[in-house]
Design a protein around this ligand. Structure first.
Ligand code: FES
Length: 220
């Protein structure tokens, strides 16, 4: 395998912020949807994962324990079918609601919203949340599909979602319930998420240019 630092174009002593920046830059350069190739994109993704894994192995025990928990959660989600209740963040903005409203999904369920904006679907073992939405005909936002941007971000209102550790969301965002739908999946039987939150403050600067703006929307 090529030297992962060469692939990312950073020095081996690069700090985490430099690595994340390099990863995002290389994702944009190599993503097949942005004029690159699948092979080049996979190479960049593998290089980033290799560097992050390498650093995790030499990290203190607390980090290792956190990773183990994430791995266990990730394994757990492969075995369950979850029911996802979703809401488009645009609706919250249009109606003057808030992500913190206790009755957010209750209001959404009685507001007569279009099925693209509010509804429920089942997610099967092995599907990421984004894949599940797409497999059911929805066009949720995304750009890199590799954990390197915030375009696919969702806010978890209820339930749990596991995501691999190698993504660029700051820990503080993860603590606030923000997850990446392109690499995440529920670990609980029910999940309430607000999708399309990429415009939230702090997430905006992690966005990449989306390659796709629209696709036919339908429900199953
Ligand atoms: S689409 Fe970029 S992290 Fe999900």
């Amino acid at each position: 395998m090529d030297d992962p630092y060469d692939v990312l174009g950073v020095k081996p002593d690069a700090d985490e912020a430099e690595l994340d920046q390099a990863y995002r830059r290389r994702v944009v350069e190599t993503h097949p949807d942005q004029g690159g190739s699948v092979r080049a994109f996979q190479r960049v993704k593998a290089a980033y994962e290799a560097v992050m894994n390498d650093r995790d192995e030499s990290a203190p025990d607390a980090d290792a324990a956190a990773d183990t928990e994430a791995d266990e959660a990730s394994d757990e989600r492969r075995d369950i079918v979850s029911r996802v209740e979703y809401l488009d963040y645009e609706v919250i903005q249009d109606r003057g609601w808030s992500l913190d409203d206790d009755d957010l999904f209750e209001k959404a369920s009685t507001a007569g919203l279009d099925p693209t904006a509010y509804g429920k679907f089942l997610i099967n073992p092995g599907e990421t949340l984004l894949e599940a939405a797409e497999n059911r005909g929805f066009a949720w936002p995304y750009a890199c599909r590799g954990g390197a941007c915030a375009n696919c971000a969702v806010a978890v209102v209820d339930g749990e979602m596991a995501t691999p550790v190698d993504h660029i969301l700051p820990a503080e965002m993860v603590d606030r319930g923000i997850r990446l739908s392109c690499i995440g999946a529920p670990t609980t039987e029910t999940l309430q998420v607000v999708y399309n939150v990429k415009g939230l403050p702090d997430l905006d600067e992690l966005k990449l240019p989306p390659y796709r703006f629209e696709r036919a929307r339908s429900t199953d």
